[in-house]
Design a protein around this ligand. Structure first.
Ligand code: FES
Ligand SMILES: [Fe+2]
Length: 518
């Protein structure tokens, strides 16, 4: 019974499973049949709509659908994967931060530039204030930023020395006094002026252009076109007229515009021109007021018997007065020029400058005569018993051979000098024909100047910080002190007095008191 029951139960389960499988098969068959019949219906529809072919864009439609399905499934996968989602969020945050950082960098650079410019402007303003304070010192109160020479004297008194009579109000300045303009200035050697060449030159902070006009005469006009201020020195010379490189306006040697291409000519248009004179191998200009200065063009020729061997023009980044004082000082030679002309010089027990005139004298123990000629010229004659050797203990006049130097220290602009240097010898006349000798002289001049320059630049820097280059002059500073006194007095006189006095004798302008010989 039990077996019969079991058998009947098994048979029953088998028949149920059989029935289930059949039902599933029937269902699948029905589904396939449905699909087939649907496809047949769609195909039939397609054929009906397009006349037996598929629409031409069916592939695009299918491809777009597939892309959409792919993207959607990716998004679903990402949404379902928390790590992926987190990574993406982090990446977005990082990108935002990086872009913020980049714009912050730009801002920082902009701010740095602004700070630099502001500091520069502040320094400029400070310099202006210093200059004004020096020019108009408040009564009874020395300035903080520019200690004047009285302050230096007081320091000496506090240190127990006697009153600093040496200084006597002497002061250096970096400004170009108006009074300096009322002079003839040699601005170029005639040997250096080539036809059809425009040379830009700065004088008292103004820009000029030097050239030869239609008659071959030296001319000097403003280097700033009357039309749109283009530098004329960038142009060319056409039949002795300066032709502006911008629109072709042409200016003659008097600065008058003679041609205005492409537009009706306007009469009376021009630029300023300086009076020019050529004398003794130099081109002089008058930078002062008035059209006909009653002042003679100075004679800068070397003494008789000398031959010019070298003419050099240099731009020096130092205020011209500091350079003049440097050239009028020989006491520094054995300390400064140890690689050039003073190599091996022992330090003398005493160095003196003996005045022969108000602005001229001779050095002791060196065989060198020296003088200053207002406004910016210095002369020196060096006695040489053997070429290239300066013998101590001799006087210049006792030497057989001599080297003569002219230095013209032109005030180009604030803190800059245009230096004209001319060297002549009273022996070795043939040496100037040696090929390449000019380059040798130029290299020597540059080397000597280089030894001075770092020191004079240092002085200029200290002056800009309120320092005083005449804190404590001593007897061997005599000639440079005379120059500085003349310079200090220059602006106190009327233009007429200045011109007359200077014409007579610049030495007359000096104050009575001099540093006394030790
Ligand atoms: S700027 Fe010189 S011609 Fe125009
Ligand atoms: Fe020097």
């Amino acid at each position: 019974m039990h077996s019969a029951v079991v058998m009947s139960q098994s048979a029953c389960r088998f028949s149920v499973r059989l029935a289930q499988r059949k039902s599933a098969q029937d269902h699948a068959t029905t589904r396939n049949t449905c699909r087939r019949s649907k496809s047949v219906r769609v195909a039939a529809t397609m054929r009906t709509d397009s006349g037996s072919t598929l629409p031409s864009d069916w592939k695009d439609t299918v491809s777009k659908d597939l892309q959409y399905i792919t993207k959607t499934s990716e998004k679903i996968a990402q949404a379902l994967n928390p790590e992926e989602r987190e990574m993406q969020e982090l990446q977005q945050k990082m990108e935002a931060l990086q872009s913020e950082l980049a714009s912050s960098h730009v801002e920082v650079h902009r701010s740095e530039g602004l700070v630099d410019r502001t500091l520069e402007e502040l320094r400029e303003l400070e310099n202006v204030v210093n200059r004004i304070q020096v020019a108009n010192p408040p009564s009874g109160s020395p300035t903080k930023t520019q200690p004047d020479t009285t302050a230096s004297s007081e320091t000496v008194v506090r240190q127990g020395s006697k009153k600093n009579w040496r200084n006597n109000g002497l002061r250096s300045t970096l400004k170009m006094e108006e009074g300096l303009k009322n002079f003839w200035y040699p601005i170029q050697f005639t040997s250096k002026m080539k036809p059809d060449v425009l040379e830009p030159i700065e004088l008292f902070g103004e820009t000029w252009v030097l050239f030869r006009d239609a008659e071959g005469k030296a001319a000097c006009i403003r280097d700033e076109c009357a039309h749109r201020a283009c530098p004329l020195s960038l142009g060319t010379i056409n039949e002795g007229r300066v032709t502006c490189a911008y629109h072709g306006w042409e200016f003659n040697g008097q600065g008058m515009c003679e041609k205005m291409p492409s537009t009706p000519m306007c009469k009376g248009v021009g630029v300023r021109a300086l009076q020019v004179v050529e004398k003794d191998g130099l081109v002089f200009v008058w930078t002062g007021e008035g059209q006909e200065p009653d002042i003679e063009v100075p004679d800068l020729n070397p003494p008789e018997g000398y031959t010019i061997h070298s003419e050099i023009v240099l731009d020096v980044p130092v205020e011209h007065g500091l350079l003049v004082e440097n050239l009028l000082d020989l006491a520094h030679a054995p300390f400064t020029h140890t690689a050039t002309f003073a190599r091996g010089w022992p330090i003398p027990d005493s160095v003196k400058f003996h005045l022969q005139d108000k602005l001229a004298g001779n050095w002791d123990p060196y065989p060198i005569d020296m003088s200053f000629l207002p406004p910016v010229m210095t002369f020196s004659t060096i006695g040489l018993n053997q070429p290239g050797k300066i013998e101590r203990g001799l006087q210049c006049k006792d030497c057989k051979k001599h080297l003569h130097q002219l230095h013209v220290n032109l005030p180009a602009k604030e803190g800059h000098t245009r230096l004209l240097y001319r060297m002549s010898l009273d022996f070795l006349g043939w040496a100037r024909f040696i090929p390449g000798i000019q380059l040798v002289w130029k290299a020597v001049a540059n080397q000597v100047l280089g030894e001075d320059l770092r020191l004079v630049l240092g002085q200029q820097d200290r002056m800009q910080r309120g320092g005083n280059t005449w804190g404590f002059p001593v007897p061997y500073d005599k000639l440079a002190v005379r120059y500085r006194r003349w310079r200090n007095e220059l602006d106190k006189m009327s233009p007429m007095a200045k011109a007359q006095e200077i014409k007579m004798n610049a030495g007359e302008l000096f104050m009575e008191e001099e540093p006394q010989e030790a």
